[in-house]
Design a protein around this ligand. Structure first.
Ligand code: ADP
Length: 191
């Protein structure tokens, strides 16, 4: 099995690249952002809870996110591996993921971080907000808040996996297929 964490700031292209990777490596894509949007779209209790944080550009509390992620992993045991997108976003989430995979005799294979600068992110997210209908993409101060949260709470996850030499940085600027090839080059070596 190969279990990848697709990492990087909001708007760095994780979702776009995950689609390519799923096709090439036949992995299950789990995006916590997509899961939250599904719950919000159906007005479930979990969705209503998540909404109050997401619309402010804050992280949803760890216990809520971890519980939701576990359910999704447990519901899909017969896969070749997972691509985690938007998770883990805090060190406690990373610890919970390691524990969950360990219980299945598995581990995180690698964390691949897409490197994109702040100004490019703001431009991309404001552009996405025009069509996505996502409230968290339509306001520049919410976007800047998400970038700050990423820097303070999420970047430590890169260092956490760097301790076991699993973290790698990948240039996230350029054409989508060019970035895909950069990822393939790294992943093909992991197999
Ligand atoms: P993006 O990567 O574009 O910021 P996502 O679609 O991954 O967006 O997530 C949207 C929002 O959902 C985040 O800003 C956050 O509020 C919430 N969220 C997603 N994943 C997590 C997580 N692992 N922990 C806490 N909150 C999360």
């Amino acid at each position: 099995m190969i279990n990848l964490i697709l990492f990087g700031p909001p708007g760095s292209g994780k979702g776009t690249q995950a689609k390519n990777l799923v096709r090439r490596y036949e992995l299950l894509h789990i995006s916590t952002g997509d899961l939250f949007r599904y719950e919000m779209g159906n007005d479930t209790p979990l969705g209503l809870k998540a909404k109050s944080y997401i619309e402010k550009g804050q992280l949803v509390p760890d216990e809520v996110t971890i519980g939701m992620l576990k359910n999704k992993v447990d519901a899909n045991p017969k896969v070749k591996g997972y691509i985690f997108d938007g998770f883990p976003r805090t060190v406690p989430q990373a610890e919970a993921l390691d524990k969950l995979l360990k219980g299945k005799g598995q581990e995180v294979t690698a964390l691949l971080a897409l490197d994109v600068d702040d100004e490019e992110i703001v431009t991309r997210l404001l552009e996405r907000g025009k069509t996505s209908g996502r409230k968290d993409d339509s306001n520049e101060s919410t976007i800047r808040n998400r970038i700050e949260v990423y820097k303070s709470e999420t970047t430590p996850v890169f260092d956490y996996y760097a301790k076991s030499d699993k973290s790698q940085m990948i240039k996230g600027l350029g054409l989508i297929p060019t970035i895909a090839k950069r990822l393939y080059r790294v992943i093909d070596k992991l197999k």
